[in-house]
Design a protein. Sequence first.
Length: 236
Amino acid sequence: MTRPIRDLGFGMAFVPELLMRQMLLEGLFELAGDEEEQTELFERLDDLLQGSQELWAKDVKAQVLKMTERDSRRALHVGISYPGDDAVYPYWSLVLENGSEDQAQATAGDILGVEYEQRGTPSATDPTASRVIRHTHLGTGWTSIVQLGTWAVSSEQSIIVSAIAKHLVLRHKGRLFAAGVHDISFTEGGFQPGERWPRIGYVPILRCTMTGTLRQTRRTGPVPTRTTVTSVKGSS
């Protein structure tokens, strides 16, 4: 018997933020290399005469390219925290707002399943050459609300970078399913950061509610698999 397949889920509640960070960074580079995707995202529907629609779209596309250049002062950074005093903007912050057990997934003992694994090669002459291990898979439904904040100095750039964040999360949220996040929904909001960040007037927030499974495995063994009966001939 081979080792049991690991159940979908994650072993640490910190995982959703790290997965979203990877999703945002990879999605940003994909966006920067796809002009048609940029055109669809930044399309303006206002048609005022002598407007700046075409020039604006051209400038925004140039900003996207700058955001992917690590040595550029306009590169976009993603952190699992609010920006520090030495932060470079624009900046995406991923912060856990709260988390809780999902009662809808609760089961008695939180047991997902039980499987057995044989370790070693059975031998007719050596009963200790192999053993069987029981794998009891435990899973607790867990819902995490992660805040995706957009930090930028100018209000126009804040709107643009926030729109990019929403575009990427909606486009690539399917990547989270492979890690056991089976339900995800979004709401918008924002806040004024206060005196600690005097250069930032307003921070748009995308709240991502993700429901998955906190997974772990209990291993016990060796598990008895055979019974040996020994008979002793008594004296007459």
